[in-house]
Design a protein. Sequence first.
Length: 271
Amino acid sequence: MAFRGWKWLLLLGRQDTFAKAWRNRRGVPSLRWKRCCHWSPGKSLDPEVKAFLEENTEVTSSGHLTPEIRLRLLTPRCRFWREKPDLWPYGDPFWAIYWPGGQALSRYILDNPRVVKGRSVLDLGSGCGATAIAAVMSGASQVLANDIDPIAGMAMILNCELNHLNPFPITIKNIINSEAGNWDLIVLGDMFYDEQLADGLHRWLRKCIRIQQTEVLIGDPGRHQFLSHSIHSQLHKVIEYSLPEYTRQENNGLTSSIVWSYQPSNSLENC
């Protein structure tokens, strides 16, 4: 089974599993990181996993909205584009795909550095870390990347190195429904693919805005689960980008991706 087919398993068949992990995860019970929930700059990488990622991903900056950013991704030239999914030794590699919502957020931040300059930024569901990298490049004073997959944490460190950046802190625990952190800006892309997860995100983001006056930007290419969710009525469209042909092909023909500003109405703030 080619990775193209495997990718559709990720998109269609395994997102529910991933969403349950976001809802339920209290730690990361895999690899050598069983008691680790935070990556700080300077932390050493597991050499075996690092070598595996370097061998089985391709460094690329083409076919996406942000050619300024180099990333390790799964591409048609990678072994696991063709191998059976069960041969991949770790969790589903959502981080190895540069999703359209994340591309739009990253492009917007690179083009509008004032959005993050001198501000603290949380990149929620960071995946490959592109949006966090864009925030660092654009002058954010503090960046924290969050993803529940520890392999994504390693990939982000490698991607920082590719872009000649000092790695930013990374937390690999589920922070949704935790106490509202004191962030100036929260960015998240491509996370509204499960109704229950979307509901939890809606409540938590609203709490962050109410308690900390946090600004929230959401990237999404117009998936049905996102457009049909109640949060959509609380969004303001910031900008829409036409997706490159390669990204369109890899996302079932989606043609554009939008950055939204989440601005809940006063009537919902106390819900």
